[in-house]
Ligand binder design. Sequence first.
Ligand code: HEC
Length: 182
Amino acid sequence: MSTNKLLLILFIIATLAFSTSQANDDLKNSPKLGVAADELSPQPQWNLSIAPDGKGLPAGSGTAAQGAKIFANQCAACHGPEGIGGAAEPLVGEVGSLTDDYPEKTVNSYWPYATTLFDYIRRSMPIQAPFSLSADEVYALSAYILSQDDIIATDAVMNADTLPKVEMPNRDGFISIYQQKP
Ligand code: HEC
């Protein structure tokens, strides 16, 4: 082997060794931001998604009357006294308005599945204290919001069995892209 070739090979080996040790040093000196997801607190189970058919809903139950009290204490400041008219999104009212000149997308006018209420409230509301509500409280709040537009009776009990059976007014207003022909 010529001296030139030998030098070239040595150079490549040295470069590789240097870049590997550089990478190791970078890792050692990194600021180590964040923690593994399962070390985070609070620690609800991470698989929180509730399917439209209710798959994933926990045990528990609640009524609109119970929900009204929780709503007044924990939600009304942002969403308005009855779920509309506050600084945050209106949750109720405007059912049937989607085809009007001034459509308003509220939970009750727009969302196709009632089970999304449970999923959304449990994981994110009240916005300053997510995961703070019990399953009973989330069922009660869902019942309260739905009953505001008579989507369910005021005395209906919401639980893992009844919530998926609620027919939302805009259930058929969505077109599944999977059913579309190209
Ligand atoms: C501090 C203010 C605040 C409080 C308190 C609060 N929310 Fe919200 N909420 C918001 C904001 C802001 C949004 C919109 C978030 C976004 O679009 O990302 C929202 C969105 C929502 C939505 C989705 C609305 C939509 O059409 O997308 C629901 C449902 C909801 N909140 C329910 C509740 C319930 C139930 C409570 C009480 C347990 C509550 N919120 C308390 C501020 C609040």
